[in-house]
Design a protein around this ligand. Structure first.
Ligand SMILES: Cc1cc2nc3c(=O)[nH]c(=O)nc-3n(C[C@H](O)[C@H](O)[C@H](O)COP(=O)(O)OP(=O)(O)OC[C@H]3O[C@@H](n4cnc5c(N)ncnc54)[C@H](O)[C@@H]3O)c2cc1C
Length: 456
C-alpha cells in the first residue's frame, strides 16, 4: 500500500491507492471486472468476503444459494464468458461444481488471484472529492481493525442472490411446522419423508418442488399465478439456443410469443388440464422458467399445485381459495433482494429507500462517473457475457476520462438522460423483475454505448 495521505471524517488514516480501481466481489462479475480492468492497464484491488472465487457458485461458502442438484438454467454456450469457453465435453447444462471449477480456471488463466483480498468484506464506500472513493474494509466477521483506502474508481460486483426475500404472512410466527428459505436448502435429504409445501414458482421453487416430488411424502406447490413452464430442450436443442436463433433473425416479439405458445402446446399441452392455473400473461412477460420435470411430476400426482398462501395457523396453512393443508415443512423459494448496505442508497439513485437502484444500463449512476455496478441484471440467458461487456465498457470509460475527457463527459450526460431505461419486453412489475433484461436488446444497447464512447 502507498503511504497514508489523509484521514476520514472520523479521523482514521486513509491510504491513497492512486489510480487503482476497487472491485467488490470475486464472483463471475467481479472476476471479469478485474480481468478487463487489468487488460486496460489499471491497477486493481478486489475485496471478497469469502475465502475463494466463484460467488454464488461456490457451494463451499455458507452464503451460496446453490443446492446439491443445481445445474445451469441457461445453456453452456449462452452462459460462458466470450473469451473463455467451457470445455466442449461438458454437458449442455453443467452442474454447479463444474461452474466453480470454471471460475477457478478463469482466475488462474488470467492470473487474477494476486489482485484479490480474500476474507475481506467491504463495510463502507463513500464518494470523496474529485470523483474518488473511500473504501473501508475489515476481516469477514468483524475481526481486526477497519482500514480505509482511497480509489480512483469502484466496481460493485457484490451479486444480488444473497439476501433472502421473505414475504410476510399473518400467523407465520405461530406456525408449529418447520420453515426455511430456499437459501438454506442444500440437499434433498432435508425433504425426505415430510409433507412439504414449496412457495414460489421461480426456477429454484420449481427445482425444489421436483425434488420434493421424489423425496417427500407429499408436495404442494403454491404459486401466486399461473406460469409458462418451458422445457429445457426444444427440437432437440437447449431452449435458449432456439430462442436465440429467433432473436438473431429479428423475429418480432408477437411472432415469437405465438411460436412459443405453439411449441408449449405441442410439448406440455394445456397446463390447466394438470390442475395448474392458467397464466394471466403472455410468455416473455415474466422471467422464463425452464423446467422439464415440474409438469411431469404434476402429471404423476407427485406435486399438487395450490393457490397462494392466505395465512398460517398453528398446524395448518390456509390458501387463498379457502382450502387448508397441513405441511410439516414450508420452503419459501421467494427469491432474493439486492443489498448495498455499504453505500448510501441515494448514490445509486434510490431516493425513496426502496432498495431499487435507478441506473442507466443497469450499471451507471447519475453524477458518479467513476462508479459502475456489474452483474445487476436478470437476463433471459446467461449473465457472464453481460458482466464481461459491462466491465469492458467501464474500463474504456475510465481510460477516456484521461485521454478524451469530452467523450467521457458526453457519456455522463447519457447516463443522466437514460436512467431507468428497460431492455426487455413488458414484464410484470414486481421485485422479481426489477433487473429483468432481454439479453439481445441489452447487449445491443451496451454495444451502442461502446461505439458512442469510441466515436464510431
Ligand atoms: C439457483 C441459481 C441458479 C442460477 N442459474 C443461473 C444460470 O443458469 N445462468 C446464469 O447466468 N446465472 C444463473 N444464476 C445467477 C447467478 O447469480 C449468476 O450466475 C452469478 O453468480 C452472478 O455473479 P455475480 O458475480 O454478479 O454475483 P455473485 O455470484 O453473487 O458474487 C458476488 C460476490 O460478491 C461478494 N460480496 C458481496 N458483498 C460483499 C462485500 N460487502 N464485501 C466483499 N465481498 C462481497 C460475495 O461474497 C460474492 O462472492 C443462478 C442463481 C441461482 C441462485
Amino acid at each position: 500500500m502507498s503511504p497514508v495521505s489523509s484521514s476520514t471524517d472520523l479521523g482514521r488514516p486513509v491510504s491513497d491507492r492512486g489510480d487503482t480501481v476497487c472491485v467488490i466481489g470475486a464472483g463471475a462479475s467481479g472476476l471479469t471486472a478485474v480481468k478487463n480492468l487489468r487488460e486496460h492497464g489499471f491497477g486493481v484491488d478486489c475485496y471478497e468476503r469469502e475465502t475463494g472465487v466463484g460467488g454464488a457458485w461456490n457451494w463451499r461458502h455458507d452464503r451460496s444459494p446453490v443446492y446439491a442438484s443445481t445445474h445451469l438454467i441457461s445453456s453452456r454456450p449462452f452462459t460462458q464468458f466470450p473469451d473463455f469457453p467451457m470445455p466442449d465435453d461438458w454437458p449442455d447444462y453443467p452442474h454447479h461444481a463444474q461452474l466453480l471449477s470454471y471460475f477457478e480456471r478463469y482466475a488462474d488463466h488470467f492470473d487474477l488471484r494476486q489482485h484479490i483480498w480474500f476474507g475481506t468484506e467491504v463495510v463502507r464506500v463513500e464518494p470523496v472529492e474529485g470523483d474518488r472513493w473511500d473504501v473501508t474494509t475489515r476481516s469477514t466477521g468483524g475481526y481486526g481493525p477497519e482500514r480505509t483506502s482511497r480509489y480512483a474508481a469502484v466496481v460493485l460486483a457484490n451479486g444480488h442472490n444473497w439476501s433472502p426475500k421473505l414475504p410476510r404472512y399473518e400467523g407465520l410466527e405461530q406456525f408449529r411446522g418447520e420453515v426455511m428459505h430456499a437459501s438454506s436448502y442444500k440437499d434433498p435429504a432435508q425433504l425426505r419423508g415430510k409433507r412439504v409445501l414449496v412457495v414460489g414458482a421461480g426456477n429454484t421453487g420449481c427445482d425444489i418442488a421436483v425434488e420434493a416430488a421424489q423425496q417427500a411424502s407429499h408436495c404442494w406447490h403454491s404459486t401466486r399465478r399461473g406460469y409458462w413452464y418451458a422445457p429445457k430442450y426444444v427440437f432437440g436443442r437447449p431452449a435458449d439456443q432456439v430462442n436465440d436463433t429467433l432473436l438473431a433473425l429479428r423475429v418480432p416479439l408477437r411472432v415469437r410469443q405465438w411460436l412459443y405458445h405453439w411449441t408449449l402446446r405441442l410439448t406440455v399441452g394445456d397446463l390447466t388440464r394438470f390442475g395448474l392455473p392458467k397464466p394471466d400473461h403472455r410468455v416473455y412477460e415474466t422471467h422464463p422458467i425452464a423446467n422439464s420435470q415440474l409438469v411431469y411430476y404434476v402429471g404423476h400426482g407427485e406435486i399438487t399445485p395450490v393457490s397462494d398462501v392466505a395465512r398460517f395457523h398453528d398446524r395448518t396453512v390456509e390458501l387463498t381459495d379457502g382450502r387448508q393443508i397441513d405441511p410439516e415443512l414450508v420452503v419459501f423459494a421467494t427469491g432474493y433482494l439486492p443489498r448495498f448496505e455499504f453505500l448510501e442508497g441515494r448514490v445509486l439513485g434510490d431516493e425513496e429507500g426502496s432498495g431499487r437502484p435507478r441506473l442507466w444500463l443497469n450499471a451507471f449512476a447519475a453524477g458518479h462517473p467513476t462508479l459502475a455496478v456489474v452483474g445487476l441484471v436478470q437476463p433471459d440467458s446467461g449473465i457472464f457475457a453481460i458482466s464481461h461487456w459491462q466491465s469492458v465498457l467501464f474500463a474504456r470509460l475510465l481510460t477516456l476520462r484521461t485521454s478524451r475527457p469530452e467523450r467521457a463527459a458526453t457519456f455522463g450526460r447519457k447516463v443522466a438522460a437514460g436512467l431507468g431505461e428497460r431492455y426487455s419486453a413488458k414484464v410484470k412489475d414486481s421485485t422479481r423483475h426489477w433487473f429483468e433484461v432481454g439479453h439481445a436488446d441489452y447487449l445491443r444497447a451496451l454495444q451502442r454505448a461502446l461505439y458512442d464512447l469510441e466515436g464510431k
